[in-house]
Write a protein that binds this ligand. Structure first.
Ligand code: FAD
Length: 400
């Protein structure tokens, strides 16, 4: 049976869901608020659980071709002294998939092309919905109403529809640090082209990750770079001051960090106060599913927000597939499917949100003794613990 599925939001969560339903033969319409899609942020690291979903949706080869070849990880202290250097290849072998750091623009374009522009309607802000046993009606700012069998809400961390779905007011929480992120041309003098380098000290972090070419016209390899600094909420966000701000926060750090700050293009940089959402008790309403950052905005310290959005999309579409085989009554099948989705996702994403918050606290000096202990551990790290931690997250996903 073919359903009419209405998706709110054309971020990586909404587009992954659209694709997952299209591939099962359903008719999908995506409604997106903005009139022009411009991804916020430089790049994203898709860990193997996210890449596995992309493969299952037919996009894995394209994503692998556009992404960086990150084979190892190095931690360095603020002055550039090497703390640890270990391979990620045993991880990739054990989960049969590598990670794919990729330009956000390239990922978004890949998803857009796969879903098909004709199915994505820009400039459509969803303001409300009403569901009943027969279907769901979504209401848009321009007065339009769209009726569907199933509503997938993927409207991001500031979700307008979330409170209604979960039946409570949800407040985002500040995680306590600011992240500046940007792409720069790759240069082996800054960082090896196969390594994720992270400089740590004073509860701050500077990261350089190989992110491939993203399909850029010149075929130039780039680095995805970010700077994390613990700061109070509400500090001014002025692109004209980014370089000066970073020079102040990272005064006295090593040569590579200074060289990186000199090379950034502030006009291409994003500055984000990092927030998360306390794990939600449910992600469903009648005929409605909530997914992606709207459902589980999290600190980016495990690199899992986007990966979990992709997992959500896969699990939801598969739950609908299974339930439609079991029942010919659409209302009943969707009720079972949504219950399955909720049972599969609430605990999984809640655990990852909580773990990401703890890791953010440790990296960013919430308790300086903990952070100092972590720096000391990094100097002894042989990679086994880090690889095991990532593997646990990957194999806990729907595709193992
Ligand atoms: P979004 O990308 O926010 O998309 C939501 C869409 O809905 C937007 O296009 C928006 O315009 C639209 N919308 C909003 N309201 C409405 C409405 N009312 N009607 C219609 N449309 C609407 N994740 C990883 O997996 N790996 C990483 O390495 C990683 N690094 C990160 C680094 C940083 C600094 C940050 C901040 C996040 C990082 N993440 C990472 C998380 C990842 O970016 C998010 O989890 C992901 O973008 C969420 O996708 P989404 O589709 O749920 O939401």
């Amino acid at each position: 049976m073919s359903l009419n599925v209405l998706v709110i939001g054309a971020g990586m969560g909404g587009l992954s869901a659209a694709l997952a339903f299209q591939r099962l033969g359903h008719t999908v319409t995506v409604m997106e608020r903005v009139v022009e899609m411009r991804p916020v942020g430089a790049a994203i690291s898709l860990w193997p659980n996210g890449v596995k979903v992309m493969h299952a949706l037919g996009l894995g080869a394209r994503i692998e071709a556009l992404s960086g070849d990150m084979r190892r990880m190095r931690y360095l202290s603020h002055d550039g002294a090497l703390l640890s250097d270990f391979s990620l290849l045993p991880l990739y072998e054990s989960v049969s998939q590598r990670a794919c750091p990729i330009a956000r623009a390239a990922l978004q374009q890949t998803l857009f092309d796969a879903v098909g522009f004709e199915h994505i309607h820009l400039g459509q802000e969803c303001v409300d919905y009403v569901s009943d046993d027969e279907g769901v009606t979504a209401f848009f700012a321009g007065g339009q109403q769209v009726r569907a069998d199933l509503l997938v809400v993927a409207d991001g961390t500031h979700s307008r529809l979330r409170d209604k779905i979960v039946g409570q007011h949800v407040q985002r929480q500040y995680v306590g640090y600011v992240n500046w992120n940007v792409r720069v041309p790759a240069d082996a003098a800054l960082a090896p082209l196969d390594s994720w380098d992270q400089y740590v000290g004073e509860g701050k972090r500077v990261s350089l990750m190989p992110m491939g070419t993203g399909g850029n016209e010149a075929g130039e390899q780039e680095l995805y770079c970010f700077f994390d600094v613990p700061l109070a909420a509400g500090t001014p966000n002025d692109p004209a001051r980014y370089r000066e701000e970073l020079s102040e926060h990272f005064a006295g750090w090593g040569d590579n960090v200074q060289a990186l700050i000199a090379r950034i293009d502030p006009a291409r940089m994003a500055r984000v106060e990092i927030h998360d959402i306390t794990p939600l008790p449910t992600l469903i309403d009648t005929r409605v599913a909530l997914l992606g950052d709207a459902a589980h905005g999290m600190a980016p310290d495990l690199g899992q927000g986007g990966c979990q959005a992709m997992e959500d999309a896969w699990v939801l579409a598969e739950a609908v597939k299974t339930s439609l085989v079991e029942s010919s009554n659409t209302a009943q099948a969707l009720q079972h499917a949504l219950a399955r989705f909720d049972a599969a996702r609430v605990e999984r994403v809640g655990e990852i949100v909580t773990r990401a918050r703890k890791r953010a606290a440790m990296i960013h000096g919430h308790d300086l003794a903990d952070t100092q202990a972590w720096y000391a551990e990094l100097a002894q790290e042989d990679g086994v613990g880090v690889r095991e931690g990532i593997k646990k997250t990957v194999v806990g996903g729907p595709l193992g």
